[in-house]
Design a protein around this ligand. Structure first.
Ligand SMILES: Nc1ncnc2c1ncn2[C@@H]1O[C@H](COP(=O)(O)OP(=O)(O)OP(=O)(O)O)[C@@H](O)[C@H]1O
Length: 210
């Protein structure tokens, strides 16, 4: 039996001034998918993610979300962080949960941070300063922040692009475990090995302007 549709896109067209980035793009993302978006630089992968996240509206076409915006977690492309960045790993992950009206964590929220630290296998580094961690560890911290409120849909924009082979598979193993535990994954990558190994669906934006 097919699982429920979380995202449905019909005939999407995206244009900035005279530049058509893509058009006639249609797809469905179902619960449990490991949905890969591929295409060369500038083909509109990040733009498509911004449409899914509701941060932009398409020039034409329709995108329907059958889940709330706060049910989506997003890990952007690699951001390096200065070595003197003052926050610990766990404090950085908790930033996602801090509310202006209550600037401390509840017991449940502390448990959510602990769960995210364990799921991404950085529990032992929870008190380490983020700025001093390796590239692969930082990526797992960003991943932990993206999953701390247990989103139904997790969107990853080239999560392994800057990593060596070992660190790459450490990140991907965590993502695969999350997917097996029913988190739907949307995954942008240029890495054919990863796409073949983990992907269950693929949307190719190559030549999307035609
Ligand atoms: N807000 C914007 N205003 C104008 N042009 C934009 C805007 N956002 C994206 N673009 C343009 O849309 C095109 C697609 O950009 P996008 O970042 O989505 O591509 P991408 O496939 O993610 O690229 P990469 O693989 O290099 O990350 C680019 O030419 C970019 O300059």
């Amino acid at each position: 039996m097919k699982t429920p549709i979380l995202i449905q896109a019909q005939n999407l067209r995206m244009q900035f001034d005279q530049q058509i980035v893509f058009q006639e793009v249609s797809f469905q993302i179902r619960q449990g998918d490991f949905f890969c978006i591929v295409g060369p630089n500038g083909s509109g992968k990040t733009t498509l993610i911004r449409l899914i996240l509701g941060q932009m509206q398409p020039t034409a076409g329709q995108i329907t979300r059958n889940l709330a915006l706060d049910q989506m977690g997003y890990m952007p492309q690699f951001r390096n962080i200065a070595t003197d960045y003052p926050l610990s790993t766990q404090a950085f992950i908790a930033l996602k949960l801090i509310h202006n009206w209550q600037p401390w964590l509840t017991k449940t929220e502390k448990e959510q941070v602990a769960t995210a630290l364990q799921a991404t296998r950085i529990w032992d580094k929870r008190k380490a300063r983020l700025g001093r961690m390796s590239g692969g560890e930082k990526q797992r911290v960003y991943l932990a922040q993206a999953i701390v409120n247990q989103p139904q849909l997790l969107i990853l924009d080239e999560p392994t692009a800057s990593l060596d082979v070992h660190a790459k598979f450490q990140v991907m193993d965590v993502v695969q475990e999350l997917n097996r535990a029913q988190t739907t994954v949307v995954f942008i990558s240029h890495d054919p090995d990863l796409l073949a190994h983990y992907g269950t669906q693929q949307l190719d934006l190559t030549g999307g302007t035609k």
